[in-house]
Unconditional design. Structure first.
Length: 306
C-alpha cells in the first residue's frame, strides 16, 4: 500500500532541492556514539589484525575516521574475504556482526583466507540511525565512479589502491520496520515520486547478485543463519521485498545496475545478508550472532570447494 500521510518535508510530487535537503538534515540528531560503540572495540582487534585508516568523512573528520582491518600475515597463496558492515548506518547488526566475527572467528579461518573488514562504512548514519548520509544520499545506491557519497568513495578508493584478490564478499545489512515508517516515505518525498510500502519479512534472508548467482553459496549462508534465527518466509505473492524468492530465504538483485556495495569487487561469491531486528522472536544479540554464523557457514562452504 502507499504511504498514508505526506512526508513532512517538501511538496508531494516535487523533487527536493537544496532547501528541502537542508531541512531534512536539520531534523537529524545524534542518538548513539560511534566512538563508544565502534571505535572503542578496536583495541581488541589490533593485537591480531592490521588496522588502516582509509579516510575520514568531511562532515567531521575527527569524529568519523574510517578503518579497515586486514590479515596481518597476508599471503598471496590465500584468497581474500571482504566483509562490509554499516553501509546503511542504522543497520546495527551489520556493524556489530562484522566486529564480532573479526574478534571471535576470523582467526580460525586465516589459514584458508586473507581478510579485509570494513565494519562501519557510514559512521554518521550509525550515530543518527540513518539510511542516508547528510546529503540525503543512500550510500548503498552510490558505488560508482564519481559518486557523490563519501562513504562509497573512500572504500572504493581503498580497494582500487590495494586490489586484494577477493574470492567472496559478505555485505551485512538489516531490513527494519523503519524502512516503511521512515525511509521509503522519505525516498518518495525526496524523489517526488511514489514508493509503495513493501511487506517487511519477519526473519533472515540473503540477496544474491543476479549477474553472477551462486545458489549453493547462498544456501550455505542461510543454513548458517538458521542455526541461530528463523528464516524469512515469502509474502502471499511468493516474494521478499518485492523480489521472487528463488530458494529458502534467497532473492536476487542486479547489484551492478543498482550500484550496491555488493558490486564493488568482481568476487565470484557475494551475498548481502538481511536480518530483521524488529521481530519479537529475536534480540540484538541473536541478530549479531546470526550475522556471524552466516559468514562462518559461507566460509565453510568455500573451504569445502578448495
Amino acid at each position: 500500500m502507499n504511504t498514508s500521510t505526506p512526508y513532512p518535508i517538501g511538496v508531494p510530487g516535487t523533487k527536493w532541492g537544496a532547501a528541502e535537503c537542508a531541512e531534512w538534515l536539520s531534523r537529524q540528531q545524534i542518538k548513539r556514539s560511534y566512538a563508544e560503540e565502534v571505535l572503542a572495540t578496536f583495541d581488541n582487534l589490533e593485537t591480531r589484525f592490521e588496522r588502516y585508516r582509509y579516510g575520514a568523512l568531511a562532515y567531521d573528520p575527527e569524529r568519523y575516521p574510517l578503518y579497515v582491518f586486514t590479515t596481518r600475515e597476508w599471503s598471496k597463496a590465500r584468497p581474500g574475504i571482504l566483509i562490509t558492515g554499516g553501509v546503511h548506518g542504522y543497520e546495527t547488526s551489520g556493524v556489530q556482526g562484522a566486529l564480532r566475527f573479526m574478534a571471535t572467528c576470523a582467526g580460525e579461518y586465516e589459514r584458508h583466507f586473507n581478510f579485509v573488514a570494513a565494519p562501519c562504512i557510514s559512521p554518521w548514519g550509525y550515530e543518527t540511525i540513518n539510511r542516508w548520509n547528510p546529503g540525503a544520499i543512500d550510500p548503498n545506491r552510490s558505488f560508482f565512479d564519481g559518486t557523490p557519497a563519501q562513504e562509497a568513495e573512500f572504500i572504493m578508493r581503498y580497494l582500487n589502491d590495494t586490489r586484494p584478490d577477493v574470492l567472496a564478499h559478505f555485505d551485512l545489512h538489516e531490513t527494519t520496520d523503519s524502512d516503511n515508517n521512515e525511509f521509503r516515505p522519505a525516498l518518495a518525498a525526496r524523489d517526488g515520486s511514489i514508493h509503495k510500502n513493501w511487506h517487511i519479512p519477519d526473519g533472515f534472508y540473503t540477496v544474491d547478485n543476479s549477474a553472477r548467482p551462486q545458489p549453493e553459496f547462498q544456501a550455505a549462508v542461510i543454513a548458517g543463519a538458521e542455526q541461530v534465527t528463523h528464516i524469512a518466509a515469502p509474502d502471499q505473492d511468493g516474494k521478499i521485498i518485492g523480489k521472487p524468492m528463488l530458494q529458502h530465504g534467497v532473492i536476487e538483485y542486479d547489484a551492478d545496475a543498482l550500484f550496491l556495495c555488493m558490486s564493488i569487487t568482481q568476487a565470484p561469491f557475494v551475498t548481502t545478508t538481511e536480518v530483521y531486528p524488529d521481530s519479537p522472536r529475536v534480540t540484538d544479540e541473536i541478530c549479531i550472532r546470526a550475522q556471524v554464523s552466516a559468514i562462518c557457514s559461507g566460509l565453510d562452504y568455500l573451504i569445502s570447494r578448495q
